[in-house]
Design a protein around this ligand. Sequence first.
Ligand code: GLN
Length: 386
Amino acid sequence: MNPIFSALSTSVFEVMSQLARETGAVNLGQGFPDDPGPLDVRRKAAEAVVDGWNQYPPMMGLPELRQATATHYKHWQGLDLDPSSEIMVTSGATEAIAGALMALVSPGDEVVLFEPMYDAYVPLVRRAGGIPKFVTLRPPHFGLSEEALAAAFSPRTKVVLFNNPLNPTATIFSAADLDLLADFCIRHDAVAICDEVWEHVVFDGRRHVPVLGRPDMRERTVKISSAGKIFSLTGWKVGLVMAAPPLMKVLAKAHQYITFTTPPNLQAAVAYGLGKEDGYFEGMRADFQRSRDRFAQGLTGLGFSVLPSVGTYFLNVDIAPLGESDDVAFCRKLVMENGVAAIPVSAFYDQAAVRTVVRFCFAKRDATLDAALERLADLRRAGTAA
Ligand code: GLN
């Protein structure tokens, strides 16, 4: 057995969802919305299953989806992408990340990672033969610094794997952070693999700024997006990859031997969805923002210390003021005794874990959030009594 994978435990998302199912807890752990997603997009997929093509689609993705992707990112992010040479469809963003690492990293190459980071990153980097070099981000801002980047980059740096907006912190890197990162990539001749799956889930009037569009990054960036996140259909696993032709040629080689293609009916529905009017995307953001505010106000009212959330489906709570110092034990107790599943943020660190932050998913109906708040009120009452 390969030691990298045999040594891994089950992903924290699966563990917490399983515990939530077993105990009947309100599941605010794994990040997925209660809402079933836009009906017209789901209908397009259903129609495409019944009436459309169900054999292998083209390896790079349906031409209509690649065109829709180019049009969408021109409109929303000002990117000029050639659909025939700079866009590829994968079976989810995770496939795109795995493929990009396989395609760009050779054994012994160094890969700069920013912790807290998505739990798949480190095993995939190691399996590709890469040597992870960590930049540790700290609450409450989780921003970059010149010193931290200088300590992580070296002449052996080949790739940086960068997630913006950042899961689990619900923060967005500033334009100055992006420029600093770009500067290091250019100086070290490194490629930035940018996991931008949360790009549309940003609040308070913010607009996502893609690394691919920064000066001099056009030729050294792989942009990865996710239809699952754009349309709140997390089970669809339709990823979109954007990169300049010399990079895309090799990314395509990895994709052709990992999944080769992605279900054509879902691709057709995503092509339709990407062209939806601005109001859909703005409405989606407004709905999530309202849920964020409802849940944040509820938590604050109960005396929890809530960290700012400016994007993603997540809201973090600092448990240090509650006298807690072990987020894993806190989350276990929360799901077993209080009936609310959450995610310990230490699960997103490899080196210098922050152990006093807990992540909740607020992309839920009011009734779900209110049920969770009631249970959290019990926890607070028990805490005060103790
Ligand atoms: N992206 C989801 C989250 O952060 C988890 C996906 C998964 O379960 N692997 O909660």
